[in-house]
Write a protein that binds this ligand. Structure first.
Ligand code: OGA
Ligand code: MN
Length: 361
């Protein structure tokens, strides 16, 4: 789903692809000196919609850009719609700094825990306590002599998950010399964590929900938050029933290619999507990749809803900003440093997390 995966059969010529290229992270190679730190190429951000400044000028002098509609809702906070994209809703600063920190903690500690699956499942099976292991400098080591599901000839019902082939060890208990075992540090695995799935498990290889996979219900607090935030997009008398969530983890240079989320049965129900950590650029296209997308900033604490017609719009995240000036995460950095949570601080300084919550049926 990352990088090119969801844009595979796309030529570089569509309007969506052009916009992705415009905002993508490239490095300046003008400074040839290897001593100099690589500098990100400057991009023109003048066309990126900025709901923080839209909100500010609306509050200060009642001004609004053409095509942006403020919505009255029961949320008791500002919600904006776009005239050109019915069914799309932007709720700036929807989450307090405390709430943002809470969901960052959950996303790192609890959401990637079995039975929830992550991108690491396919290779390592279920991994328990990855975030703790990373902070304790543990190393994941392949246990010699334990048969894999393929080798053990135990039939198709035994998945890799049932065979615990990989185990965490302290960094010093893994000898380097002559050790035939494969190993990988938990810190590297944490950096390579790309997604985890909550509730009904989405199977990325089949691009569908696999209801036969063991799963827990969406955590109650997340369910309540999503139901509350979905309200502006809900039709009269309807209820939003969160059944699944996908958590995306973005590191430096990561992007999410243009795609549609079309595996849910009822497109009148919104996808509730919350942003945490470093600021990003979100592209909201039209029903065809040929339609020029709108670019907008997503900051930590912002929530967007995509319902109805907006569910048919291509969208993606071509860029996250991890430099101090553009990341705009000072409030969460301060909160984590007060609480002495340096492990979260270190992670979030160069990362973005997106939690998007869906009703599947
Ligand atoms: C998705 C998605 C948007 C984001 O995961 O389907 O569109 O803001 N995410 O990361
Ligand atoms: Mn999506």
């Amino acid at each position: 789903m990352y990088g090119s995966a969801r844009v595979s059969d796309d030529s570089d010529r569509t309007a969506f692809r052009k916009a992705e290229k415009k905002y993508k992270l490239y490095y300046d190679d003008t400074s040839k000196s290897s001593k100099k730190k690589k500098q990100p190429k400057r991009v023109d951000l003048s066309e990126v919609l900025d709901f923080k400044s839209i909100l500010k000028s609306q509050v200060e002098n009642g001004d609004l850009l053409p095509g942006i509609i403020p919505l009255q809702s029961d949320l008791h906070r500002p919600v904006f719609c776009l005239e050109s994209r019915p069914g799309f809703f932007f709720i700036p600063e929807a989450l307090s700094v405390e709430e943002q920190c809470q969901w960052i903690r959950e996303s790192l500690n609890n959401f990637p825990q079995p039975p929830n699956r992550t991108n690491h499942n396919a290779f390592y099976g279920h991994i328990h306590d990855l975030f703790i292991a990373a902070n304790e400098n543990k190393v994941l080591v392949e246990e010699a002599g334990v048969p894999t599901s393929l080798e053990s000839n135990s039939g198709p019902s035994v998945s890799n998950d049932d065979v615990h082939r990989w185990k965490f060890y302290g960094e010093h208990s893994v000898s380097s010399g002559g050790n035939p075992c494969k190993s990988v540090s938990a810190a590297v695995l944490l950096r390579k964590l790309r997604w985890s799935t909550l509730g009904l498990q989405f199977d990325w290889s089949k691009r569908n929900y696999d209801v036969s996979l063991p799963h827990n219900k969406i955590p109650v607090a997340l369910c309540q938050l999503a139901k509350r935030m979905a309200e502006p997009a809900m039709l009269e008398g309807e209820q939003f029933q969160p059944e699944a969530a996908i958590v995306n983890y973005f590191g430096i240079g990561d992007s999410l290619g243009g795609h549609l989320d079309d595996m849910e049965a009822d497109w009148s129900k919104p996808i509730v999507s919350m942003s945490l950590g470093c600021k990003a650029i979100f592209l909201l296209g039209g029903k065809s990749r040929e339609d020029p997308p709108l670019a907008m900033f997503l900051r930590s604490g912002d929530i967007v809803l995509m319902a109805g017609e907006a569910r048919e719009c291509f969208h993606g995240v071509p860029r996250i900003f991890t430099d101090k000036e553009h990341a705009e995460i000072t409030p969460i950095e301060l909160q984590f440093s007060h609480e002495d949570d340096h492990c979260y601080l270190e992670y979030i300084r160069t990362s973005r997390i997106n939690i998007n919550i869906r009703q599947v049926f």
